[in-house]
Design a protein around this ligand. Structure first.
Ligand code: MSP
Length: 523
């Protein structure tokens, strides 16, 4: 079965920020993990390009909406490329093909009797592109997320009859595995229990949107159009898009990963829209937490936005990926702290993992020459480090299967720490003085190098770059977890088995695999 997973489709009103990088990198780790497990994966990302917010941003920049969107979505694409993100599809909602898909989708919803005219009155946040339930009665209410004034709206437009789906959505959410993690599910349960209200799906006086067929003067509400983008992404580009083909092309999605602020759209509105259109529902929606910076919300007005371009440039892919995936519980809010970031990268990646490999490879070279030392006792499946490596693999899988990246990273780290402990206990440098380059000394070095190989193999979905640098030091071919994975048909399960290092294989000159982070100024 195809494992289709999606990031949100990012608004192009601005460049990518750390929040979008966080979701995308987490999805990248999931996609790589699934590919390594030999599952066919379709990893979807893209841009959400319509709506008032984008229309206004383009106008302020003196550009047509289309050329503004072209520029920003190209910047997103380029950024993900430089981060090494392995998406299979990049969808843009201003693509003419998407319009055809939205039209077909709407025709189905309308045929189900779920579109009615109604009057929409309320306070609207343009930055959220959303009506706010119940702003405080103040004269000038503002958006609790963006702290910007809300705009009053009173217009007649088209509504989707969400209220008809009350029971089915209640059942869906009660299923327990649809919305994750549990606090998010409870939040959705509360929202649904309060009673679902019809919501407007069209706008008048909005030119930058998809016209609603049969309803002159109306364009689709940006969220109606954006969610359908997940379907457009899957329809093969060589053929005219047809919703009937979706089920052969990777729908339903196994997983939508989103931030917690857009939970309702994905866990309530979207499934109801799909039910109405007679299409299968995604299997799971995971709402992760928000990142703050040094305890403060990130925002332009505070001037503390962490720019993924700067992070990439100054810190490199491995360091940032490690920190984001390893230090934050996926699902909870997290605080980006520069000092902790540096400490974790230096102590865990540079020391525990990188230095373990470097010092062991250096000893091996000094005492046994330029090839992998003989395995001896390290070749046995009951070697203590072989047990620990197998245990680490199991813990890693358990964690990855529940999107617990932190748990997965800790499992790898623990294996590396134990190999450090083993090396210190065995102290081959002492035995070397006593016995010279004996088979026992060779076996100890071989065992630790083999453990480093297992660490590298497990690290692949989390840190593909570091993984391949480590494997290169061990004279092993890199793994393939990116979009080329299928072509290479790597057998990850075999690579994870103890005993992959072959004695006598020439090894390259040891060099450090992980630079220490030295940040002399705030990011
Ligand atoms: N365009 C919509 C999504 C449509 S999906 C069919 C959208 N775009 S967004 O660019 O504003 O937000 C993208 C994602 O970034 C959201 O999941 C949001 O939760 C997430 N984040 C925004 N700020 C964030 C942090 N500070 N931290 C973590 N994630 C954050 O919403």
């Amino acid at each position: 079965m195809t494992y289709t997973l999606t990031t949100p489709l990012y608004y192009v009103n601005d460049r990518a920020h750390l929040g979008s990088a966080y979701t995308t990198l987490a999805c990248d780790a999931i996609a790589r993990y699934r590919r390594l497990r030999q599952e066919p994966v379709i990893f979807v990302t893209g841009c959400d390009e319509h709506g008032l917010k984008i229309q206004r941003t383009a106008a302020a920049a003196g550009l047509s909406p289309q050329s503004h969107c072209d520029a920003v979505s190209a910047a997103y694409r380029d950024l993900w490329h430089r981060w090494g993100v392995s998406h299979d599809r990049f969808v843009r909602t201003s693509d003419p093909r998407h319009r055809l898909v939205v039209e077909q989708f709407f025709a189905r919803v309308e045929a189900s009797g779920d579109v009615v005219e109604g009057r929409q009155q309320g306070w609207y946040c343009v930055a959220c592109e959303e009506f706010k339930d119940d702003p405080h009665e103040a004269d000038d209410p503002e958006c609790p997320i963006h702290r910007r004034p809300l705009e009053w709206r009173d217009e007649t437009n088209l509504f989707f009859r969400l209220s008809r789906y009350q029971d089915r959505i209640e059942e869906l959410v009660a299923r327990g595995d649809f919305v994750a993690p549990a606090p998010r599910r409870r939040e959705v349960e509360r929202f649904v229990a309060a009673g679902l209200k019809d919501f407007s799906i069209s706008r008048r006086n909005l030119s930058w949107g998809i016209p609603v067929p049969g309803h002159p003067g109306h364009t689709f509400y940006v969220w109606f159009d954006a969610l359908v983008g997940y379907l457009t992404a899957l329809l093969e580009p060589e053929q005219p898009p047809r919703l009937e083909r979706l089920e052969h092309q990777g729908w339903p999605a196994s997983l939508h990963v989103i931030g917690k602020d857009i939970l309702r759209f994905h866990a309530v509105f979207w499934p109801a829209m799909l039910l109405s259109a007679g299409l299968p529902l995604p299997r799971r929606v995971f709402g992760h937490g928000f990142l703050t910076r040094e305890g403060q919300k990130m925002g332009k007005s505070l001037g503390n936005v962490l720019d993924p371009e700067v992070l990439l440039e100054r810190c490199g892919r491995d360091a940032v990926r490690w920190y984001l995936l390893r230090d934050f519980a996926f699902g909870d809010d997290g605080d980006f702290q520069q000092q902790r970031f540096t400490e974790l990268v230096n102590s865990e990646l540079a020391n525990t993992i990188g230095n373990l490999l470097n010092r062991t490879a250096s000893m091996a070279r000094r005492w046994f020459g330029e090839a992998v030392p003989p395995a001896g006792a390290a070749g046995r499946a009951d070697h203590p480090l072989a047990h620990l490596a197998a245990e680490a693999g199991q813990a890693f899988d358990r964690a990855m299967d529940t999107l617990d990246f932190r748990g997965a990273a800790e499992a790898v780290l623990l294996l590396a720490s134990r190999a450090n402990g083993y090396l210190n206990d065995q102290a081959p440098w002492k035995r070397m003085k006593e016995e010279g380059a004996s088979p026992a000394v060779a076996a100890d070095l071989h065992a630790v190098l083999e453990t480093c190989r297992c660490v590298a193999v497990l690290l692949e979905p989390l840190l593909p770059d570091l993984s391949s640098r480590m494997l290169a030091q061990l004279a092993q071919a890199p793994l393939h977890s990116g979009t080329d994975a299928r072509e290479w048909g790597d057998d990850w399960a075999a690579a994870r088995r103890w005993g992959g290092l072959v004695e006598g294989t020439p090894m390259p000159e040891p060099c450090p695999v992980m630079q220490r982070l030295e940040l002399d100024s705030p990011l």
